[in-house]
Design a binder for this molecule. Structure first.
Ligand code: EPU
Length: 293
């Protein structure tokens, strides 16, 4: 592979994806690339296009199940300081795609800005969260995203206003473009109330979710008006195990890696869960996690 000499990027070859996913699962990526900034990203996209190399985007790897054989593609991560930037002006937060949700939430709290509390404890980045409208039931990051700057696959940059973007439950019209950063609209609030809200969200997670094991969070989307976790639980599937993958004993919509899980174990367990829920309730569960086959 002939990379342009002036390409400012960190390039790793045959990089194990298990190092970059919260599941700690996944074989090697042919290339794992972190461009320094937007112009390096543009040059990188042109180079990949020239050499017909497909690419995939990864944020904090918290919603990805990568297969055991790895991916014959370039995996791009916007993790350089440029993409992790975060600053505030008045009630607005300007966050690069690689800034983590926890940092955004914490920095907003420090400044007495309310609106980003629900992001606390979600293991993700601004880019990944916007693409899939991450959040909590009834509320997603799309609700506070005011403007989003994206790059198309030819390297053209555009800033979209809120009304130009469609956000849905765990999805958005931003998929198919590379999110570079966003302006989030917050509101002045009481520091104590913000802190208490954050504590509430984190407390609920600690109580109900499995943070003691490697996982990718909720595996399936909640069907309309229902909870995937409850449906799976009602099938008595908590603790069901295939290879090293197990349905969490704490939250049935989490599959945990008990130590040596392979992607194929997780796929098999997901199929078994889907069958169980379909048989019992007639509901077909849809994956929330992104599967890299
Ligand atoms: N429930 C059970 N058994 C379980 C799990 C849940 O009966 O094993 C019941 C609970 O008792 C509750 C209901 O199901 O009555 C909902 O449970 P929970 O409050 O845990 O919320 P959820 O709908 O399962 C959603 C998001 C989570 C987010 C929490 C925040 C989805 C798929 N899940 O979970 O997001 O953290 O709300 O409250 O939208 C993620 O996206 O990765 C994720 C974890």
């Amino acid at each position: 592979m002939n990379w342009p000499k002036h390409l400012k990027a960190r390039i790793r070859l045959k990089e194990p994806l298990k190092k970059h996913t919260t599941f700690k699962i996944g074989g090697p990526a042919e290339f794992f690339i972190e461009p320094d900034d937007a112009s390096a990203l543009k040059l990188l996209l042109n180079t990949l296009k020239r050499d017909k190399i497909p690419f995939l985007l990864i944020g904090s790897g918290s919603n990805i199940l990568a297969n055991d054989k790895g991916v014959n593609a370039a995996v791009l991560r916007l993790g350089s300081p440029y993409f992790r930037r975060l600053c505030f002006k008045g009630i607005f937060a300007y966050a690069g795609a690689g800034a983590t949700l926890n940092r955004v939430s914490n920095e907003a709290k420090r400044r007495g800005l309310s609106g980003a509390e629900f992001l606390a404890g979600i293991p993700g980045t601004i880019g990944g969260a916007l693409a899939m409208n991450a959040g909590i039931p009834g509320y997603g990051i799309g609700d506070i995203a005011d403007k989003v700057t994206v790059m198309d696959y030819n390297g053209k940059i555009k800033t979209l206003r809120k009304k130009e973007i469609k956000f849905a439950y765990r999805g958005s019209s931003l998929q198919g473009r590379i999110i570079l950063g966003a302006r989030l609209k917050l509101a002045k609030g009481s520091k104590k109330e913000i802190r208490d809200k954050i504590r509430g969200y984190i407390g609920h997670r600690r109580l109900t979710q499995d943070s003691g094991h490697y996982s990718a969070g909720c595996v399936f989307k909640n069907p309309q008006g229902n909870s995937a976790g409850r449906l799976i639980d009602l099938c008595g599937l908590k603790g069901k195990r295939i290879g090293g993958a197990e349905v969490s004993l704490k939250h049935a919509n989490f599959i945990v890696n008990t130590g040596d899980a392979r992607a194929k174990d997780v796929f098999a367990l997901m199929e078994s869960i889907k069958r169980g829920v379909k048989n019992k309730s007639g509901i077909i569960l849809e994956p929330e996690i992104k599967i890299w086959k």
